[in-house]
Design a protein around this ligand. Structure first.
Ligand code: PBG
Length: 549
């Protein structure tokens, strides 16, 4: 049966119920039949009658869950439906706040009257390795290797230090090393040395020299670990990003942060997976029963609060709660947050979507300011607007300052490109744009100079750190920013870059660990001070001389 058929069928049932209920009213029997009336009418109203909301619904394709949106409410109104005192005109207000998430082609319903109660989850039952979490101190085990084995071409005399000293006192100095002429493979042509004044290979001839002249270094303090969190208890693996999980905010998150700190990574950035139910469109349904003499008249008003991601600045939302928990457990941790509406919007866009699909700039900035302030209030150290709206850095700075958060930094996604490398991330957060793409706000991958325009704006507006994203395919842009700004530069090695290296390693096409370390070093070489990377913990383990897994 097609969705359309199911829907038609359900509508018939709803209408039949409606008529049945009306009839039973007139017989003087007050039954709890208001429920289907309320539900049915709001359903019909929402879908057909209200011209204002039609554009919103026109984005929905009919589906069975669409009908469920109307029907699932039933139990909610039961307690209210039995008052049949009918003298004069009385008003009983049935206020049902029904949250419905609207996704393109799908409407789902949460059984909730109270937003707060949805937020508060059951206490954790599974608390494994609590003892592990009690340990708060970190042990950054930095192993420095003076030289690497191999590469040794001159044989030592084998004397101990005392023997060498005695020999020297006696006037027996060791012979100079014999001119070293190891044999070349047979058939190597015998040529006169080239008359070169500059032979750059001289500076690469031994591990010690190579290490001495190494221009760029990578350390755990350069790494920021992005973490996905959700409301659940379990850590759910992310299919397209092996080794990454949607972490339970109360347990998995703390454990992961503990492990990261253990290898010296003390900076994290949080990305929430918001339950569909809390995404953008919220329906407020107010049903009123008028008792006019003996007759009850039921009115249902349906307000759609198209609130454009209000959950994004709920002080008790997932991100602020996680920040408070982390700061309580690890006070010295540095927490970066993502400022954008996409995890909170059923459209998957970073800003508020107008009816005609346009992403509204200034209105979005207004919301982002509230989001940043809410994160700062929870204890975030660095808020990072990743939305690419114009003017958001100065607006956020002003909003933070006005609330007394002068010390909270802004890491601006200065040059964020409309990249296909974000694919696995969007799977992780279920934040794929439901329509269109992000090209009206994220930058065109073909553009280089434009990054300077963004850089200038962000500097003037008061950004503390400038970020380029993705990293590896955009190293030229990292360098461009490095050379044109004195501010610290961050680069985001995004999900697609991570997944490709993981896949190449799993297929034994490349050496995962070496390619990982090289990619990070190269991003540093291009000019990044810090790197946001899903490899942060694994790479830091390698830097500690530990096995990477
Ligand atoms: C959106 C956001 C995205 C990423 C970080 N913040 C995705 C997007 O712009 O759609 C992607 C990160 C990654 O791919 O690792 N605010």
């Amino acid at each position: 049966m097609t969705h359309a058929k199911v829907l038609r069928w359900l509508r018939t049932v709803v209408v039949a119920l409606y008529i049945f209920c009306l009839l039973s009213q007139w017989e003087g029997r007050v039954i709890s039949a208001w429920l289907p009336i309320i539900c049915g009418s709001s359903f019909l109203l929402s879908e057909y009658l209200h011209p204002t909301y039609r554009p919103i619904f026109s984005r929905l394709s009919p589906s069975p869950s669409n009908a469920a949106a109307a029907l699932v409410h039933l139990p909610l109104c039961l307690p209210h439906a039995s008052d049949n005192n009918t003298s004069g005109i009385r008003l009983i207000n049935l206020v049902m706040v029904t949250m419905t998430s609207v996704t393109l082609g799908d409407v789902r319903v949460v059984r909730s009257v109270d937003v707060q109660s949805y937020v508060g989850l059951k206490p954790s039952t599974a608390r494994k390795s609590v003892s592990l979490l009690r340990r708060t101190e970190t042990r950054p085990l930095m192993v420095v290797r003076a030289s690497k084995e191999g590469d040794i071409s001159v044989k030592s005399s084998g004397l101990s230090i005392e023997e060498s000293e005695a020999a020297a006192v006696a006037g027996n100095f060791p012979d100079p090393p014999p001119p070293w002429r190891p044999s070349a493979p047979k058939g190597t042509p015998n040529v006169k040395p080239l008359p070169l004044t500059r032979r750059p290979r001289r500076n690469r001839k031994s591990p010690t020299l190579r290490d001495a002249f190494q221009e760029t270094n990578l350390s755990a303090s350069n790494l920021v670990l992005p973490l996905f969190i959700h409301e659940g208890e379990e850590d759910v693996p992310i299919g397209a990003m092996p080794g990454c999980y949607r972490l339970g905010w109360r347990h998995g998150l703390l454990e992961e942060v503990y492990k990261a700190r253990d290898v010296g990574v003390n900076s994290i950035v949080l990305f929430p997976k918001i339950p569909d139910a809390l995404k953008v469109c919220m329906f407020i349904q107010v049903s009123t029963i008028f008792f006019i003499f003996k007759y009850e008249v039921c009115c249902t008003f349906l307000f759609i609060q198209s609130q454009a991601g209000d959950e994004a600045f709920n002080d008790n939302g997932l991100v602020p709660r996680a920040i408070r928990l982390l700061k309580d457990k690890y006070p010295d941790i540095v927490i970066y947050t993502d400022v954008a509406l996409d995890p909170y919007s059923s459209d998957g866009h970073d800003g508020i979507v107008r009816e005609d699909g346009v992403i509204m700039n200034d209105e979005t900035v207004h919301q982002l300011c509230k989001q940043a302030v809410s994160q700062a209030r929870a204890g975030a150290d660095v808020v990072s607007p990743s939305d690419m709206m114009d003017g958001r850095v100065s607006a956020i700075r002003a909003a933070l300052d006005a609330e007394g958060f002068q010390e909270v930094s802004i890491m601006s996604y200065t040059a964020k490109y409309a990249s296909s490398f974000y694919g696995p991330f969007r799977e992780a957060l279920d934040s794929n744009p439901r329509f269109g793409d992000k090209k009206t706000y994220q930058m065109n991958p073909a553009n280089y100079r434009e990054a300077l325009v963004e850089t200038e704006a962000d500097e003037v507006e008061g950004a503390d750190i400038l970020l380029v994203k993705p990293a590896m395919p955009y190293l030229d842009v990292v360098r461009l920013l490095r050379d044109n700004s004195a501010l610290p530069i961050a680069a985001y090695q995004v999900s697609g870059e991570y997944s490709m290296i993981k896949a190449g390693g799993a297929l034994k096409m490349v050496d995962e660990e070496k390619v990982m370390m090289e990619s990070l070093l190269c991003i540093r070489r291009a000019g990044a001070d810090i790197i946001l990377t899903y490899f942060a913990r694994q790479a830091a383990s390698v830097l500690c001389g530990m096995k990477s897994k």
